[in-house]
Design a protein around this ligand. Structure first.
Ligand SMILES: *Cc1c(COP(=O)(O)O)cnc(C)c1O
Length: 367
């Protein structure tokens, strides 16, 4: 029997158990080298293998076109918020941003340090409960790039249709909380980035997939560490890279490949979220916060009839082996984060627990 519990944390989040088992061994001694993964030189043979396989498996998994580079960078997704405009947005140029939540707001704020920002669409008017439709986007005349976040971790919304920016503008996606949870067509994007700690591995490292021709652009002089081109030229080893994060990501890529790839992930994730949404939709006790057409398959946000009941639910859930269900303070209520590695059995168990809680409290609910 496992001594682990159901972890609904939004991030850092649950990792696949086979990955953790392998890491447990490799921390002690990897590839029979007599040295653990944390102790190997980032320029040695063992780490050569680790980073090479991580990149190859990532490419295979995402069906990434040859004219894209795969980078492993430090500073999480938030460093990409400023690295992107620093590299591509000149002071007098404009970038378009679609504002769908707290993370895109932060990305906008950083871009404004470097150039002009046009907020092409926003769902802030309804507390980010939906994804703006393609016909609600007002692109600027000539943006350098357009930025979106495919899944909004805090508000539990996710794109169903990918927008196409105007002219030569390239599309950039913050995919931190849904990368590799479903198939993705990289050719639609100039750059996709993701902090690892939701679907890919430990915090601190970001996966950046960037179209090669963009690396030749230069809009200002930057510190070396902030230039995509140098990281691409040096194979993500300009300095000591986040080696352990890259190693874990590599294992996660292999785990997804072993489990049928992105189509299989999507099926599993839809089934998992379906279990929760079905209960939420069929009950008058629970309500969802995201608009139905914008719902996330990764972060399921829901409310109980009163804040007292929500507090009690979260407490009792914790006592029963369901961790991490407290919603973000800007939404309130509960949030079940059910990333790739989260098992369907956990969604079944949670709905069972929710039904029992509802049965006890339905009559007493202060509505
Ligand atoms: C978690 C998250 C981030 C921030 O990631 P850090 O690695 O903590 O910087 C950015 N964007 C989205 C969509 C996220 O879910």
């Amino acid at each position: 029997m496992s001594d682990r519990i159901y972890n609904f944390s939004a991030g850092p989040a649950v990792l696949p158990e086979p990955v953790l088992q392998q890491a447990r061994q490799d921390i002690w001694n990897i590839d029979s080298s007599g040295i653990g993964i944390l102790e190997h030189s980032h320029r040695g043979k063992v780490f050569d293998r680790v980073i090479q396989e991580a990149e190859n498996d990532c490419r295979q998994l995402g069906n990434i076109p040859d004219n894209y580079r795969v980078l492993f960078l430090q500073g999480g997704a938030s460093t990409q918020f400023f690295m992107l405009p620093a590299n591509f947005l000149a002071e007098d140029a404009t970038a378009d941003y679609i504002n769908t939540g707290a993370w895109t707001k932060k990305a906008i704020k950083e871009a404004q340090l470097y150039g002009k920002v046009n907020v092409a669409a926003s769902s802030e008017d309804e507390n980010f409960s939906y994804i703006p439709g393609l016909d609600q986007i007002n692109w600027s005349a000539n943006p350098v790039y357009a930025h979106m976040a495919s899944n909004n971790t805090i508000f539990g919304t996710q794109y169903r249709q990918i927008p196409t920016p105007p002219g030569d503008a390239f599309l950039v996606c913050d995919a931190s909380s849904d990368i590799f949870s479903e198939p993705i067509d990289f050719s639609r994007y100039g750059m996709v980035y993701a902090g690892a700690q939701k679907n890919l591995g430990p915090s601190g490292v970001a996966l950046v997939i960037i179209r090669e021709d963009l690396l030749d652009r230069k809009v200002r002089t930057l510190p070396t560490m902030l230039r995509y081109a140098i990281h691409a030229e040096k194979g993500s080893r300009y300095n000591t890279p986040p080696a352990f994060g890259i190693y874990i990501m590599g294992l996660v890529f292999k785990w997804i490949l072993d489990n049928g790839g992105l189509e299989a992930m999507q099926q599993r994730n839809n089934a998992k979220a379906g279990v929760l949404y079905e209960l939420l939709d069929s009950s008058s006790f629970w309500t969802t916060t995201a608009r139905q057409d914008s719902r996330s398959m990764m972060n399921v946000c829901f409310r109980a009839p009163s804040e007292e009941l929500e507090k009690q639910f979260i407490k009792e859930a914790g006592e029963n082996g369901f961790s991490g269900l407290k919603g973000h303070r800007s939404v309130g209520g509960m949030r079940a984060s059910i990333y790739n590695a989260f098992p369907e059995a956990g969604c079944q168990a949670l709905t069972q627990f929710m039904k029992e809680f509802q049965a006890v409290h339905e009559g007493t609910a202060a509505i």
